[in-house]
Design a protein around this ligand. Sequence first.
Ligand SMILES: [Zn+2]
Length: 482
Amino acid sequence: MLIRRAELGFGARVADVRIETGCVTEVGARLAHRQGEAELDAGGAALLPALRDHHLHLYALAAARASVRCGQPDVAGAETLEAVLRRADGTLPSGEWLRGTAFHESVLAASGIEDFRAWLDAVLPARPVRIQHRGGRLWWLNTAALRRLGVHPAAVDTPLERSGRDFTGRLYDADGWLRQRVGSVRPSLAVVSRELWRWGVTAVTDASHANGRADYAAFAAAQTRGELLQDVRVMGGAELDAVKDAVNGSAHLWRGERKFHLHAQALPDFDLLCAQIRTAHAAGRGAAFHCVERGELIFALAALDASGVRDGDRIEHAGVAPPELVAQVATLGVTVVTQPGFIAERGDVYRREVTADDQPWLYPVRRFLAAGVPLALSSDAPYADPNPWRTAAAAVARQTPAGTVLNPEERLTPEYAVARLMAPLAAPGVEVPRVAAGMAADLCLLPMPWRAACRNLAHIVPVAVWRRGLGPVASPACAALG
Ligand SMILES: [Zn+2]
């Protein structure tokens, strides 16, 4: 097909773009029409490389859509939380699980409630309730839920946290155990996949550390069914060492990095971690480290230094990175994949709860770029908003919900922010391809020229999206254009 009068390079010029067999084959001022070729007049609107989300969690995102939100900004206090839970309880058949997400202790703190399990028991004594902490690794369970899971305080082999002889209701890092006990089926990815597509996201990296062979097969099957439209890179555990890249229908599936979910309060054995990094490298995989706190980043960098760095090694989040650690990341040559969306959603909580020492180094972006560190942005959905345009807008504004600008020297321009969402999945920090002959036709067409669109960055919705020249989903506006 031939796209006429497309604005390229963030407003740099207007040209015609020819797409053949999934690639951009020609870009020129006035390309001659070929017989039988479809034409689309962009009318000077911006044509950009399609977006990639370099770190999200697809199944958790789909599950969150079917859950009750239990945290900011929807729920700000105990009274609202109680009302939201009671309303959800009223709509569910008796005995069915109530699943909550995005909870944070600050919701209950103002009311002086410390024992969340007891509070849940008082609100919903009969309904099994599981509520996920907004960080993603902790679940809260009420007593009806513990009963449903068939666990008794006398049992010795459960991952549930205890206080004395009884359970606290907290469950850390045990999603696999919980899924098995709850017996839940995987949610469909159809809705979230189409939503991402509509925003121009044609490829994603699923960063779930527990991904194994069954998850890899589930992604493949979802692509084959046409339920999952995006190309997907799958991070995960050692099980994925043995899986093969594949093409499923029109979508590609790749094995991604071995993911290490570091947690400052319970860091793994250093030598064991180093051995696991070397095993991943020997299997041809990079290593990726969840590093939200300063101590996690120090630990990950020490382990990489001791094990040797390989192409594809990544730091996820880099939530606190003072200058000496930024320099170390640069020296090691590791890529950073970070999430400015957290500032837009949780910035005020950071300002209250993060120590004064760490405040100046929260979610640096420019500092990494200035040090020559390859860097990409991502959403970490469902733990922050999946809309990539809001992610970019958050990197530009760095504004907390209350309106404070967090470390303003780290703000990006709209062009730079959006470009950090365009690199190939396998190399998230590389310079982004311009729309030029020879590139795969992964493209999105905005409804207007860039200069107008970027004034309202957070609200951009492309009118057409192509992956390798094909557009499985066209919005109504696309038909109007064509
Ligand atoms: Zn994540």
